[in-house]
Design a protein around this ligand. Structure first.
Ligand SMILES: *Cc1c(COP(=O)(O)O)cnc(C)c1O
Length: 214
C-alpha cells in the first residue's frame, strides 16, 4: 500500500476513537505532485486542499474532470484577482476574511452559477502577521456575507504556535455556536487531536499524510 494511504488510515483510526461527530480529513497536497496524490484518489479519498491558486489550477483542473467526487478546498490566502479561478475550481474556500473578497466571490458565483462553501477565517490569536477577521467583527462580517449570498458553513482558524491551541479551539467552538454554524475547520498535523476534542469537523492534514515538504 502507498505510504500516503497508510498515513491517512492511521489518522482516520485515531480520530474515530476520539471523536463523536463526523470529522472530515482534508489531505493538504500543496507542493506535492500528482503522482503522490493519485494513490489517495484511487483509494477513494474525496477531500483535498491546496493553498496556492495557480498551483491548484495546474494540478487539479483535469483531475477534477476525471474524478467527479473530489472536493477541493482552498486553505490559503485568496486575492480578489484570483477569485474567478477559485469559484470555478474549488468546492470550499477556507480563507474569507474581508468584505472586498466577499463581494468579489458574490459576483463571480453569479457568473459561474456555482456557490463554493465558505469558511470565515478568524484571527483567533489576534496576531498582527496573520490574516483572518478579528473576533469582534465576526458577527457583522458574517451578516454581510449572508446578505451577499455567500454559502457560509463555518469558521476556520490557524491558531498561534504557543502550545495553547486548546484554548483557541474552545474559543472557536463558542464563536461558531454563537452564529449557529455547523462546521469548523481547525486542526493540522501537529494539533488535530486537540481540534477534534473541541468539535472540529474539518481537519487539514498535510505533512502527516504526505511527509515533510521540502
Ligand atoms: C499547509 C497547511 C495545512 C497543513 O499543514 P500540516 O502541518 O502539514 O498538516 C493546513 N492548513 C493550512 C492553512 C495550510 O496552509
Amino acid at each position: 500500500m502507498h505510504y500516503t494511504i497508510n498515513n491517512l488510515l492511521s489518522v482516520n483510526n485515531e480520530i474515530e476513537k476520539k471523536s463523536n461527530n463526523k470529522t472530515n480529513i482534508i489531505a493538504v497536497s500543496k507542493t506535492f505532485p500528482i503522482e503522490k496524490i493519485m494513490p489517495l484518489i484511487e483509494h477513494g479519498h474525496e477531500h483535498f486542499g491546496e493553498n496556492k491558486v495557480q498551483e491548484a489550477v495546474e494540478k487539479w483542473s483535469n483531475l477534477k474532470k476525471n474524478f467527479a467526487n473530489i472536493k477541493l478546498h482552498l486553505v490559503g490566502k485568496l486575492q480578489t484577482n484570483k477569485v474567478k479561478y477559485v469559484v470555478d475550481l474549488f468546492d470550499y474556500i477556507h480563507s474569507v476574511d474581508n468584505i472586498k473578497l466577499a463581494m468579489k466571490i458574490s459576483n463571480e458565483q453569479k457568473k459561474f452559477n456555482k456557490k463554493p462553501k465558505i469558511f470565515i477565517q478568524i484571527n483567533i490569536g489576534n496576531e498582527i502577521q496573520k490574516t483572518g477577521i478579528n473576533k469582534n467583527e465576526l458577527r457583522n462580517f458574517y451578516n454581510s456575507c449572508i446578505e451577499l449570498g455567500l454559502d457560509v458553513i463555518g469558521t476556520m482558524c490557524l491558531p498561534p504556535d504557543d502550545g495553547k491551541s486548546e484554548l483557541y479551539f474552545s474559543e472557536m467552538k463558542k464563536l461558531n455556536d454563537n452564529l449557529n454554524l455547523k462546521e469548523i475547520s481547525m486542526g493540522m498535523s501537529a494539533d488535530y487531536l486537540n481540534a477534534i476534542k473541541h468539535g472540529s469537523t474539518f481537519i487539514r492534514i498535510g505533512s502527516k499524510i504526505f511527509g515533510p515538504r521540502s
